[in-house]
Design a protein around this ligand. Structure first.
Ligand code: M6R
Length: 613
């Protein structure tokens, strides 16, 4: 939710900031702005532009040749306080225009702070919570240094914030601060950066410092200093980022989403191979020190949001089947308001692609307070959730840019299935022979994913056929049941078509009333323990003249008698089948959204990383 970037350099930074904002646009895209201190001019003042709309709108306002400066900050917004409009776009200034601020997060006590500031004569130009920060700094700077002022202001703010700040008084120094919102430092050669996420600075440096909670940073072109909010100096070493810049670009695909769908064979392969050792056994090195504690667990609680929650639901089936340990899968936004039962025999797993989702992070903190053993299942190295959990199990999906999560989902499921196998062995519930058989099967999945992707053109034709249907139903059972939710979520999210996911057996308890000859139901009916049951559920829909789009196992001729359209996937064990059956659902959503002319990678009202509650 909102992306910020700042750069202090020896060259012009306006282009660097715009490029960085484009790479952060997945975080929010309803308005944008930037400010630099121009090199020339008798008296220094900020040069800035802001606008409602996307970064492209901001870019048209800027002529880089005229808009030069060696220090600047930029922002792309996902509105929380104040409608998307030029006046609410960041950066925000103090009354005297001596301080400029960009912010990601929510200042929860802003109303109270604003009231005081108004009484003391400050004039506000926006409806945002952020603007109080600029005005507060204006007051403190009268008495303290820029660093001292920022440290003091961070101590009176509550809520979440990643801040980028420049003071005219110190025109070659860029400041940042972090509390419950992500912020990294990019350590460059003769230039330094702050940003909400790594891709923003990747064209310029691979050396990243993950700023900790409660830290203020002071950067010049050649120097990086880190402090606590209390003023104490801190030390941190840069991490070298391994991924290629191309991973964060479209690479010839029309959309990030399509690229990421097609990356699934290699993303899943990377995620699987990391956890299978040379002897063909499951190995989770990051959990090695926790083995004795893990053996004592009597319950698993998984929490996550959105697509990651659906991955958790698949994980539950495998964990309960293989480990015989009760598993609860909780929506993170509900978790901590539900008075959850947790203790030191609970294994708590927080699943998150970004590692920054506010509700998942809050749930993790709750679990830690209750002394549960906490594990993060995460895609982003160094993200907040990974730093707070007792240990992290990574997915190796590479950067996921599209708001609609695809490759992160299949990687999360892959790693959860491997974890279920590993845990079952650790708890003594699975023979070595069975382990090897399961791991052998999962290794075939990347190849099978490639086969499913060959159906993309055929799925495009189905998307065109059904694109005007106002409502869709998705049904499935057991391991594939979470994919019914996931397929419906994908379609809603990017095509704005209403869709619902249901357990197929539930249709006759209400939703069947919706069915008529205009109503499409996507059914996942692959060969499995519940195949026959799925066929019965499909028959019940057909008997009401409903339209059936079936995802079925290659070679299933019988289903042709019932389905209007069929997408085949290769055969695999039921446990691994959700990895295959979700691809047609992702592609159906994608092609429907394209057919309807939607903005696939940046659907309205959403942002990739939900860092506010
Ligand atoms: O980064 P996270 O995995 O924690 O994100 C969780 C959800 O916000 C995310 O999966 C969301 O539902 C996606 N946009 C769905 O495609």
């Amino acid at each position: 939710m909102c992306g910020i970037i700042g750069c202090v350099s020896k060259r012009n930074v306006s282009e660097i900031i715009i490029n960085g904002l484009k790479r952060l646009e997945y975080r929010g895209y309803d308005s944008a702005g930037l400010a630099v201190i121009p090199d020339s001019g008798h008296k220094k003042s900020f040069h800035f532009k802001k606008t409602a709309g996307k970064i492209s709108a901001l870019e048209t306002l800027i002529n880089h040749a005229d808009f030069t400066g060696t220090i600047g900050i930029g922002h792309t917004r996902w509105a929380t306080h104040g409608i998307p409009a030029e006046k609410n776009a960041h950066p925000h200034f103090s009354c005297d225009k001596e301080v400029v601020v960009v912010h990601n997060g929510i200042i929860e006590n802003y109303e109270e702070l604003k009231e005081g500031l108004l009484k003391r004569g400050h004039k506000f130009s926006s409806d945002t919570d952020t603007e109080v920060v600029a005005h507060l700094l204006e007051e403190y700077i009268r008495k303290y240094s820029p660093l001292g002022s920022l440290q003091r202001v961070t101590r009176i703010l509550t809520g979440s914030f990643a801040l980028g700040v420049i003071f005219l008084k110190e025109p070659q120094t860029l400041y940042g601060a972090r509390c419950n919102s992500p912020l990294i430092i990019g350590a460059g050669d003769g230039e330094n950066f702050i940003a909400s996420d790594v891709p923003a600075v990747l064209p310029y440096t691979r050396k990243i410092i993950y700023i900790d909670e409660g830290q203020v940073v002071r950067l010049t072109a050649d120097k990086i200093n880190i402090f606590g909010f209390d003023g104490h100096p801190h030390r941190a070493l840069p991490t070298e980022i391994k991924w290629d810049i191309k991973d964060a670009e479209k690479g010839g695909y029309p959309h990030f989403m399509l690229k990421e769908i097609f990356e699934q064979p290699s993303a899943v392969e990377s995620s699987i191979s990391y956890y299978i050792n040379s002897k063909g056994c499951g190995e989770f090195k990051s959990l090695a020190n926790l083995k004795e504690r893990i053996k004592k667990i009597n319950r698993i609680v998984i929490t996550a949001c959105g697509t990651a929650w659906h991955a958790g639901l698949v994980g539950k089936y495998a964990l309960e089947e293989l480990c015989r340990v009760p598993v609860e899968v909780s929506i993170a936004s509900e978790f901590r308001y539900g008075n959850p039962v947790l203790d030191n025999h609970t294994l708590f797993v927080a699943i998150s692609q970004s590692g920054e989702t506010a509700d998942t992070l809050a749930a993790l903190r709750e679990a830690k307070c209750a002394k549960a053993l906490t594990i993060a299942l995460c895609n982003v190295v160094g993200s907040s959730i990974t730093r707070e959990a007792d240990s992290t199990v990574y997915t190796y999906a590479g950067p996921e840019i599209s708001v609609a999560s695809t490759k992160a989902y299949t990687c999360q499921i892959s790693v959860l299935l491997l974890f279920a196998v590993y845990l079952a062995r650790l708890l003594g519930n699975l023979s070595s022979k069975k382990e090897k058989q399961l791991l052998k099967e999962i290794k075939t999945i990347p190849g099978k994913l490639k086969t499913v992707l060959k159906s993309s053109d055929e799925i495009r034709s189905f998307a065109h056929k059904y694109k005007n249907a106002p409502n869709f139903m998705y049904i499935a059972r057991r391991y594939n049941f979470p994919n019914a939710y996931e397929g419906a979520l994908k379609l809603k999210e990017i095509s704005y078509t209403h869709a619902e996911g249901y357990g197929a057996g539930e249709m006759k308890h209400g939703p069947l009333a919706l069915v008529d000859n205009t109503f499409p139901t996507v059914t996942i009916a692959v060969k499995s323990l519940v195949y026959e049951k799925m066929l019965s559920n499909i028959q019940e829909i057909k008997a009401r003249r409903g339209i059936i789009i079936a995802v079925a196992t290659e070679g299933d001729e019988y289903i042709k008698h019932m389905a209007d359209d069929i997408i085949y996937v290769p055969e695999t064990q039921e446990m691994f089948s959700p990895l295959l059956t979700v691809l047609p659902l992702q592609l159906l959503a994608y092609h429907t959204a394209v057919a309807k002319g939607r903005n696939v990678d940046q659907p309205r009202n959403l942002a990739k990383s939900v860092t506010v509650e």
